[in-house]
Design a protein around this ligand. Sequence first.
Ligand code: 4NP
Length: 151
Amino acid sequence: MTKILFVCLGNICRSPMAEFVMRDMIEKSGLSGEFHIASAGTSNEEYGNPVYPPARRKLLEHGIDPAGKTARQLQRGDYQEYDLLIAMEQSNLRSMERLFGGDPEGKLHRLLDYTGRPGDVADPWYTRDFEAAWRDISEGCRGLLESITKN
Ligand code: 4NP
């Protein structure tokens, strides 16, 4: 069982999109029993809120419904609980390193670093471009799944 936690700032846009995209890819690959997938935010600002409506609409366009997901804040104990903690952007990596006191087990990574174009996922909160976020996230999740399953 591989446990993966996707992490962004608010846990209402990027990391829940990644959580539901990854779960969908895993289900379609027939690997559901081998993974536990979740998401959290480094901030507590959006605690308890559902997936942001434009992000939810983008997922629904692709037949993915994130119903039931509500935002939660990243906890110190998540470092031991998960095998991989996948940041949407560099600032999420820095926040995680501060909270966890570093990354002694090498569990922290950035999603697009699993693709041929390493960098930050486009932040739709500011750009309003949920299609760009969808493209980044689905490409990143494909790369992440390939990286895990080839080992
Ligand atoms: P997320 O998007 O980190 O992808 O969930 C954001 C949500 C809320 C805020 C920023 C980004 N905010 O500033 O409240």
